[in-house]
Design a protein around this ligand. Structure first.
Ligand code: IVH
Length: 698
């Protein structure tokens, strides 16, 4: 028992630490999968030993319950869910019941709205002295009765008006105090961008936009929320007792739009159920082109009077229903599991599937993320699996299917010990989930590196697509990114592809080879390559493909060091002084520049005349002129670390507290210095407070 107890305590401590790194400092040191793994282990142990569960265990904050960190707020009226229907028959049943309850002969009209796949949210507005209504609170649904106060985060959503002017209130016929309910969604473009950034930073991607939106809204760092570009669509206008402010739902939607809220344009009032069905079908057709995820259509009875007559069941209104689209999922067989090598050498297992038609496209591959995921699924080659295509774009294996028609597979997948492309040994770093090929010359890495290097956001070399890069490599014209700068027109003229034409009269097919890039395109491409030499240093750094160095980190490094040479000469400690660069990133940068091959690459790029210097950031010195005293043990930073960071930001660290001290940073077991600070009225911060100051959040 003793050992179980200590394991549980150890897990809790580790999880809390990583939660703090992730939510508090935005500097995660482990992947989400590893984090989840620890959480799973803890949950399992707690399930087996319920007497050991404590209210402060990290497992006790997940799920519907509000998490610590956001105050809990009671809803004006419960935020309910909806009854679902999934086919025409069920919808007609609902319609019949509704008509029956509404009373014979009652005119019924419906409003159809898209069912946005995000997270519902209540926004409270209150009147100020200026006659306008101001955003007072943003509250998550929580358990329906009580939600979390996430106002700070909601304020960063651009489609949430921070105030509604007197004139707009009058136009919309809204009182000065009201509540708006609606859905927070993450648009697909923002979702893809976020995942790109996560992958560049070595983190596992979010599963779908809904999870990403929900996770973002509950982040304790409004800065991050602001970067994620969430959207809010309003669909209810209530008074402060939670009753509808308008006689009709359609009127409420128009009023919200007039008041400046974003209201989904796909909305329509109609008076018969056949028209509702037609609306549902049209919505399903449009589903893939919207730029955000919907998972159905919500049908609401328009008149508030009829709504009141129908009332509520325990969980949902009888006056509304959700027509849920069938999940874009299919069952198919895993024919093989193969491993792909990415730009950073990361090996990703991919399921090769018997092609299956899901939601408008044929799916024949699905990512399995990593070895742990295969383990979690219990997947064998030959298994039948359920594959889903959500907003995630890349199809995902959700579970193994086993029944009479779908017998289990019989071959266990073994992670290869050597790179499937170059045959080099592969490595798994202690504490990481991913295996990687560490051969910098691995052709698989090279093609990915070249494509990354030339991407629009990086060196922006237009015309270097898949086909061209592949041939440049195949013909040995390019062996590293630096070789691009020595390409000639004659080299490019060698690239060819096979064209098939069909004779219109005879129907006969003919093949011939043709230059892949014509004379004009060759000159254009060489021009593009030449022009890329002028791209700023931060882009070049991003283009080198150093592990964990994404777009933003590259920018910070260029600003901090001002030149390639200064960066190459920087020690890990110096690197870590850069905001957002932790020990793991610093180590990756050092390793990159310590590698001889990479130094040769850099010299070749220098010889080609690329931009190796950048404007150094003027020290903004957030802490200029401020004096700090450190006392007690801080949870994450060592005393030296904290001192170095304060000094790097222009502050001064002193050993004793006096009237001249601006801040005392107190950790655990702070002693007399803390007492002295309180005596003198000096401001006291904890580590999180210091980090806020350093990152400019305070
Ligand atoms: S009405 C009691 N309208 O779907 C009324 N909900 O399954 C419930 N949703 O929790 C809300 N789009 O998060 C409504 N146009 C829409 C919606 C919508 C998405 C979500 C909402 C709700 C869930 C119900």
């Amino acid at each position: 028992m003793g050992s179980v107890e200590s394991r549980i305590e150890k897990l809790r401590e580790t999880i809390r630490h990583h939660e703090y790194l992730y939510y508090g400092l935005d500097a995660p040191e482990i992947s989400d999968a590893e984090f989840d793994g620890m959480m799973r282990e803890l949950k399992k142990l707690e399930e087996e030993h319920p007497n050991l569960v404590t209210p402060d265990s990290p497992t006790q904050r997940v799920g519907g319950k509000p998490k610590e960190g956001f105050p809990k707020i009671a809803h004006s009226r419960p935020m309910l869910s909806l009854e679902n229907v999934t086919n025409e028959e069920e919808l007609r049943d609902w319609d019949r019941r509704a008509r029956l309850l509404a009373g014979n002969g009652a005119e019924i009209s419906y409003v159809c709205e898209y069912k946005l796949d995000g997270m519902s949210m209540a926004l409270r507005y209150g009147g100020g002295n200026d006659g306008a209504a101001h955003l007072v609170r943003g509250i998550t649904r929580g358990d329906g009765t009580t939600g979390e106060d996430v106002t700070g985060n909601v304020r960063t959503i651009r489609s949430v008006p921070l105030s509604v002017s007197h004139a707009k209130l009058a136009k919309a016929k809204l009182p000065a105090a009201f509540e708006v309910r609606g859905e927070v969604v993450m648009p697909l473009a923002a979702f893809l961008k976020m995942n790109e950034e996560r992958e560049a930073a070595g983190l596992s991607p979010a599963v779908n936009p809904r999870n990403a939106a929900a996770g973002t809204i509950r982040t304790l760092e409004p800065n991050i929320v602001a970067r994620r570009r969430l959207d809010f669509y309003a669909y209810f206008a209530l008074n402060d007792s939670g009753e509808s402010l308008f006689q009709e739902q359609s009127e409420a939607l128009e009023a919200l739009a007039a008041a400046g809220f974003r209201v989904n344009p796909h909305r329509e009032a109609m008076n018969d159920i056949d028209k509702v069905l037609a609306f549902v079908n049209r919505a399903e057709e449009k589903r893939s082109d919207l730029g955000y995820e919907i998972d159905g259509v919500v049908i609401k009875i328009d008149a508030a009077q009829v709504q009141r007559r129908l009332g509520y069941t325990g969980k949902a209104p009888r006056w509304a229903v959700a027509y849920k689209f069938t999940a874009r999922a299919g069952i198919t067989k895993v024919e093989d599991i193969r491993v792909q090598v990415g730009r950073t050498g990361k090996l990703t297992p991919v399921a090769w599937l018997t092609p299956v038609f899901i939601g408008g496209t044929t799916v024949s591959r699905a990512t399995l993320h990593n070895a742990d995921e295969i383990e979690r699924l219990g997947l064998l080659i030959g298994d039948y699996v359920k594959v889903e295509r959500g907003g995630d774009v890349i199809p995902k294996v959700v579970e193994v299917v086993e029944d009479k028609e779908h017998p289990r597979g019989d071959r266990k997948f073994e992670f290869p010990s050597h790179c499937p492309v170059c045959g080099s040994e592969i490595v798994k770093t202690e504490g990481e989930v991913d295996y990687r090929c560490v051969n910098a010359d691995c052709p698989a890495r090279l093609i990915e590196s070249l494509l990354h290097f030339s991407a629009r956001k990086v060196m922006n070399i237009e015309g270097l697509g898949d086909a061209v890069v592949q041939q440049l490599l195949d013909r040995g014209l390019v062996k590293s990114i630096a070789d691009l700068y020595w390409l000639t027109e004659a080299d490019l003229a060698q690239l060819q592809h096979v064209v098939t034409t069909r004779d219109k009269k005879t129907g006969e097919e003919k093949t011939r080879t043709q230059g892949l890039v014509g004379p004009k395109e060759r000159r254009d491409l060489l021009g593009e390559i030449e022009a890329s030499k002028k791209q700023p240093l931060n882009r070049l750094l991003y283009g080198l493909g150093v592990r964990f160095v994404g777009e933003r980190t590259a920018q910070l490094l260029a600003e901090e060091f001002g030149s390639m040479d200064a960066l190459m000469a920087a020690s890990s400690e110096e690197l870590e002084r850069v905001n957002e660069v932790g020990p793991r990133v610093a180590q990756a940068i050092r390793e990159f520049f310590d590698e001889e091959k990479n130094c040769a690459l850099i010299e070749k790029l220098r010889a080609a005349g690329l931009t190796f210097t950048a404007e150094k950031r003027r020290k903004t010195s957030q802490l200029e002129g401020l004096t700090f005293v450190l006392t007690g043990t801080l949870p994450n930073l060592t005393r030296e670390d904290a001192k170095a960071r304060i000094e790097a930001a222009g502050g001064r660290v002193s050993g004793s507290v006096s009237k001249k001290t601006d801040y005392v940073i107190a950790g655990e077991e702070a002693g007399s210095k803390l007492d002295k600070a309180q005596e003198l009225g000096v401001k006291v911060l904890d580590e999180a407070g210091l980090v806020d100051m350093l990152t400019g959040a305070l």
